[in-house]
Design a protein around this ligand. Structure first.
Ligand SMILES: C[S@@+](CC[C@H](N)C(=O)[O-])C[C@H]1O[C@@H](n2cnc3c(N)ncnc32)[C@H](O)[C@@H]1O
Length: 256
């Protein structure tokens, strides 16, 4: 399990310690690594995913044996759960893939109980590097821009980029990967994102918690976590982090 999912798992554990037994959903769970780990840790977590065309995750979800019992398919923007089913919903690197953020947040709000919590980790348009294809700023160009193609091809030729083995030539890699981000990503500014969240939730940025977690994760870095307690250090570190990685947002549905 990757480190962001470990952070989400520890958040879920902490949530249950504070609130008692809790029903949890990992939205956009992919193959279900977090769902499996959470259930192994005794948490009552299920997952849901659309299994979009670009991934092998559905096959891997079948292999876990959880598809249909703890991992469910979301169809037509609807989650297969009654309203108010969950105390905690998590989504890790998912919301930059949803075409209609407003409708998705509405659906997550529906399945949360009054007073429930939503933990979201995902990049805004402000991020400098397009993480899925590993090319800086590729997501900032216009989709029909020739300059974007030449730039991406050039950076790939210089050795940048992810999943390089998936195309026979660098040129083809640039064509395929740009098509992929055009099909499966929907970047929004941080302002647009918070405006959408505020329709349903009270939300706060929590990148500092994630930075602390990463620093404490490695023994020699752990003392650096205390620097975040200095005035302005937390806000400055969070601003840099959002440019380099993603937003961390904790949202609450109003109590009844
Ligand atoms: C980058 S993967 C992240 C998977 C997993 N959360 C993880 O951290 O390993 C994005 C996932 O979001 C899912 N996804 C995209 N749009 C979705 C939607 N509208 N509803 C549910 N899942 C969605 C994709 O199928 C994919 O599994």
């Amino acid at each position: 399990m990757d480190v962001t999912n470990r952070f989400v798992l520890d958040f879920a554990r902490g949530f249950e310690r504070r609130h008692g037994a809790a029903a949890m959903l990992d939205f956009g769970c992919g193959a279900g690594a977090l769902v499996q780990a959470a259930r192994a840790a005794g948490l009552d977590m299920v997952g849901a995913d659309v299994f979009y065309g670009g991934s092998e995750d559905r096959v891997r979800a079948v292999q876990t044996g959880l598809l249909g019992s703890a991992i469910f398919e979301a169809r037509d923007g609807c989650l297969p759960f009654p309203g108010g089913s969950f105390d905690l919903v998590t989504d890790n690197q998912v919301l930059e893939h949803v075409a209609d953020l407003d409708a998705t947040l509405g659906e997550l709000h529906r399945v949360l109980r009054p007073g429930g919590t939503l933990l979201s980790l995902f990049p805004a348009r402000d991020v400098l590097r397009e993480g899925h294809i590993g090319i800086p700023l590729a997501h900032r160009f216009r989709q029909d821009s020739r300059a974007r193609f030449l730039y991406t091809w050039a950076l790939r030729s210089l050795g940048l980029g992810t999943w390089k083995e998936q195309a026979p030539t660098r040129r083809q890699w640039a064509v395929d990967k740009l098509r992929w981000i055009d099909t499966y990503t929907f970047y929004r500014s941080r302002r647009e994102i918070f405006r959408a969240f505020e329709v349903y939730f009270r939300s706060e940025p929590r990148e500092a918690d994630y930075i602390r977690y990463r620093l404490r994760d490695v023994a020699w870095r752990a003392p650096l976590a205390r620097l975040l307690d200095l005035p302005f250090a937390s806000a400055a570190a969070s601003a840099v982090f959002r440019k380099l990685a993603f937003l961390v947002v904790v949202s609450r549905k109003a109590p009844r």
